[in-house]
Ligand binder design. Structure first.
Ligand code: PLP
Length: 489
């Protein structure tokens, strides 16, 4: 039953969302219902997906407006469309905020996602290292000025380049040169893994691979590696073979913005080019950015649209500007530190209760648990936890015997729960809910009597009790406590 609340008692955020839903209700009530349902789901699940977060109402509201209607291919002041006065202001502001936040000379805020940011970066590096010297050699200014033979030679040269990136089972990302992604079709790629004993990066081995394979690009960054990466060392390796260092900080950009990762662990001063999503630990809208301090590279990054991107989404750039403004505050820095403290508390809590941690711990926002220590596959652990009220994703671990589908690990991240205000004590309770669920989960047998990698049994009363514990934590740490969309207006 929805409760009636007087308009004058509503917070501005409640009014904004409630009235907005009322407008949608009049045209497609199902969508308004689905939006309400999503909020309800998000409010009742313990979200430990390492790549997700909760953007603020200000960020969310900046996305839903008439900037969505405007075409603005090009860059501020150099558009292929008229009427871009306010889009220009938005893009300049978002870019200025990003430059200040990350202490970067150059920031491109148009990419629509992390994949897009990486594509822009790859093509900017190719233009910088392959295309520009070729045009200079041919004494022309533009690819359109090349004759057909030279154009064919240049196209071949694009396809002849090499890169190295972190292997998928060590925590790398598909966009770092793997065949299912366009980066793997474009580049000849080899990957570096982790040391089999420590499960941590082995820089001497990365250097050996780089010297042997001689890539044009070295990609650093990850989506499931629970340790810091030394970017000063990665740059040294890149310089030693005249390669370009690209860092994809999609996962940990919030920790860079929040000044938790500094010095050798801050990629901006060390990499030629840095990409990120804006929606993970950075807590902004879904989107991407490209940053650089390399002279001469910015003009190539600027060509991201229309080279590989569709027209910029001005509403999303507006939301990025709001998120960057938030990330510049002292309270965001405190948040970023708490994300890392919470991950450490969660890791300790899980280890204490018998879970094996990949690399033996964490230094960032994520914890990778080897669920074979509970006799389960990642697939079973993910599903059992979902029934218990905890949302995680299964993940490969280094040298995973269960492959990429069933996996042997689960990846846990603290950015979202920390946004709700949870602290290290709460992480003890979360660790207990997770470990008691995994300990109570029994793999089922297949029809042929083998142990299933997917099916399992978990007691119904245990599930009810566990969901109750999750709800208690969530009621004490509410999502959007000042947003009330109950009842009709
Ligand atoms: N790079 C890394 C390291 C990621 O973890 C991800 C997302 O999971 C991406 C890129 C792609 O981001 P998006 O989903 O926004 O395209």
């Amino acid at each position: 039953m929805s409760e009636r609340v007087n308009d004058q008692d509503l917070s501005p955020e409640s009014k904004a969302f409630k009235y907005g839903l009322d407008v949608i209700d009049k045209t497609e009530p199902l969508i308004a219902d689905y939006i309400r349902g999503e909020l309800e789901n998000q409010r009742t699940q313990l979200k430990l997906i390492a790549s997700e977060n909760y953007a603020s109402p200000a960020v969310l509201l900046a996305m839903g407006n008439w900037f969505s209607d405007k075409y603005a291919e090009g860059t501020p002041g150099h558009r292929f469309y008229a009427g871009c006065e306010f889009v220009d202001k938005v893009e300049v502001l978002a870019s200025e905020h990003a430059k200040e936040l990350f202490d970067a000379e150059y920031a491109y805020v148009q990419p629509h996602s992390g994949i897009d940011a990486n594509l822009v970066a790859f093509w900017a590096l190719l233009a910088y290292r392959v295309e520009a010297p070729f045009l200079q050699d041919k004494e022309v200014r533009h690819v359109n000025d090349l004759n057909d033979g030279d154009w064919a030679t240049l196209r071949k040269a694009f396809g002849n380049q090499r890169m190295i990136g972190m292997s998928l089972d060590a925590g790398g990302h598909l966009t770092h040169g793997f065949r299912p992604n366009i980066s793997g079709k474009l580049f000849d790629q080899k990957s570096y893994g982790v040391d089999p004993d420590t499960e941590c990066l082995d820089y001497a081995n990365i250097k050996l691979l780089a010297e042997e394979f001689r890539p044009m690009i070295i990609v650093a960054g990850y989506s499931a590696y629970p340790r810091k990466v030394n970017f000063a060392k990665m740059r040294e390796i890149a310089d030693s073979i005249d390669a370009l260092l690209m860092v994809d900080m999609a996962h940990f950009s919030g920790l860079v913005a929040g000044k938790v990762f500094t010095g050798d662990f801050d990629p901006i001063p060390h990499a030629h080019i840095v990409t990120s999503t804006t929606h993970k630990s950075l807590r902004g809208p879904r989107g991407g950015i490209v940053l650089s301090n390399e002279k001469g590279l910015n003009e190539h990054i600027d060509k991201g649209c229309p080279m590989v991107l569709g027209g910029p989404l001005a509403n999303i750039m507006a939301a990025k500007a709001v998120a960057f403004a938030e990330a510049k505050t002292a309270s965001f820095q405190a948040y970023a530190q708490q994300v890392v403290d919470n991950a450490l508390a969660l890791a300790e809590g899980i280890e204490k209760r018998g879970g094996r941690l990949v690399t033996g711990g964490t230094e960032n926002h994520l914890v990778l648990v080897d669920v074979r220590s509970f006799g389960l596959t990642g697939r079973q652990a993910e599903s059992a936890l979902e029934e218990s009220g905890v949302i995680v994703n299964r993940n490969s671990i280094p040298f995973d015997p269960n492959g990429a589908w069933y996996t042997s690990g689960i990846r846990l991240g603290t950015p979202a729960l920390t946004s709700l205000g949870m602290d290290c004590d709460d992480m003890g309770e979360v660790a207990d809910i997770i470990c008691s669920t995994l300990s109570s989960t029994e793999p089922s047998q297949t029809k042929t009597g083998e142990i299933s990698k997917a099916k399992f049994t978990l007691d119904q009363s245990f599930i009810a009790q566990s969901n109750g514990r999750c709800n208690k934590l969530l009621s004490m740490n509410q999502l959007y406590p000042n947003v009330n969309i109950e009842g009709s207006i």
